[in-house]
Design a protein around this ligand. Structure first.
Ligand SMILES: [Zn+2]
Length: 396
């Protein structure tokens, strides 16, 4: 019971923490003009940016003490271009009256995020941005990503690999439509929206494995807040014809783009959802291949899901065994005293708990409990003798 109480309190603290962290930008932020100019300049200086002549959109979503800002900046596309507007996250710091801006995908960004106050960027975002930047140094051709719809379902590849203004490489984007139109995250990470207007917007997911993906033209966007965690398969929006930040579209689809760190990268030679894509000599051509089967634009691709684990396995927090008055605590084959004893641990042993489940009642050091912890070794121990952070429920 005490254990549960602790768990609930932790949960509450976390939720409150998030609420405090995501500060809406004050409408009358004094330095906005300078900040906008600093961010706009950085956005237009980004290599490979498609300049339409339109001023970059600067969306500041968080500010701390008037000297730190976080948000996104997007360079709108011209109406003639079919593509993804170039969008970056930014972090900015005001030093000696001047704003210094760093855009996502650069070491400057990771450095500045590392120095930002806790209220501007959460610990988990800091960790994700660092992992993404470090892993982007060497990314495998198998992206470890799924295609952006349910596994086992076929959608149309309406347009093969193409660039941001179609003919200009890198051919980082593919057009998809089909099924129920529900577009799902290609992998785990955190979601960010920019250019949100008229029910559409540009959705970006930053993945820990060094890739990022963007999703354009969608409607009915996810209501998840910027920086919220997504998993592979998390709903992001519906296929549509939305043009919230320029471009063009004929026929509801999702313009799905692959980024390396935060720079667009050609999909040629890369595997997504079990399909390895080849770029054509001209945009929208090319093909996808799975197990010797080739599909050209206009054909349908079954999503085989993510083919390799995306990124390194999570590092489990450590817990410590406290046997109380006992010499040792039994490890069991399952979550209960009726399961076979498969080992013993003494006080002070460091263990890693993967998940917890209900089992037989045991009198532990904090009273009696029916909670059992599954260790990374596969063995089980009564939670009554484990001191450490709460673990998620085991899948049934
Ligand atoms: Zn497209």
């Amino acid at each position: 019971m005490k254990y549960l109480l602790v768990k609930t309190r932790l949960l509450t603290v976390t939720v409150v923490g998030v609420g405090v962290l995501v500060l809406p930008a004050p409408a009358n932020a004094a330095a906005t003009a300078d900040l906008t100019e600093s961010v706009s300049t950085a956005a237009l200086a980004k290599p490979g940016v498609e300049r339409s002549g339109a001023a970059p959109v600067v969306e500041t979503t968080r500010q701390v003490s008037g000297t730190w800002a976080f948000g996104s900046t997007t360079v709108p596309l011209s109406a003639a271009a079919h593509g993804t507007p170039q969008s970056s996250l930014f972090v900015a710091h005001k030093v000696d009256g001047r704003w210094v801006t760093a855009l996502s995908g650069s070491t400057d960004f990771v450095d500045l995020v590392g120095r930002a106050p806790a209220g501007l960027v959460s610990d988990s975002e800091r960790k994700l941005f660092t992992e993404n930047q470090v892993n982007a140094q060497e990314i495998p051709a198998d992206t470890g990503l799924s295609l952006p719809w349910p596994t086992g379902v076929a959608w149309y590849m309406g347009g093969g690999p193409h660039g941001n203004s179609a003919a200009v490489p890198p051919f980082s984007s593919i057009d998809f439509n089909g099924g129920d139109g529900r577009v799902l995250s290609a992998g785990p990470g955190k979601v960010y929206k920019s250019c949100v207007r008229n029910g559409s917007g540009l959705v970006k997911v930053v993945h820990p494995n060094g890739y990022s993906t963007t999703y354009y033209h969608m409607t009915d966007l996810t209501t998840l807040a910027d920086g919220a965690d997504v998993q592979v398969g998390t709903y992001l929006g519906k296929t549509g014809n939305g043009l919230p930040c320029g471009g063009s579209s004929s026929g509801a689809h999702v313009h799905f783009s692959l980024l390396h760190g935060d720079s667009h990268i050609g999909v040629g030679g890369r595997t997504i959802g079990g399909w390895t894509f080849t770029e054509g000599d001209t945009p929208y051509r090319g093909q996808a291949e799975h197990d010797g089967r080739r599909v050209r634009p206009g054909g349908r691709l079954v999503n085989y899901g993510a083919t390799t684990p995306p990124g390194p396995p999570p590092v489990l927090p450590t817990s410590t065994v406290d046997a109380g008055q006992n010499a040792a605590v039994n490890l069991r084959e399952g979550p209960g005293s009726r399961y076979r004893v498969v080992g013993q641990v003494t006080s002070g042993t460091v263990v890693r708990v993967t998940c917890s489940a209900r089992g037989s009642r045991v009198r532990g050091i904090r009273g009696s409990t029916t909670l059992w912890d599954k260790l990374d070794s596969g063995q089980w121990i009564s939670d009554g003798f484990v001191v450490g952070p709460p673990a998620p429920a085991c899948p049934r």
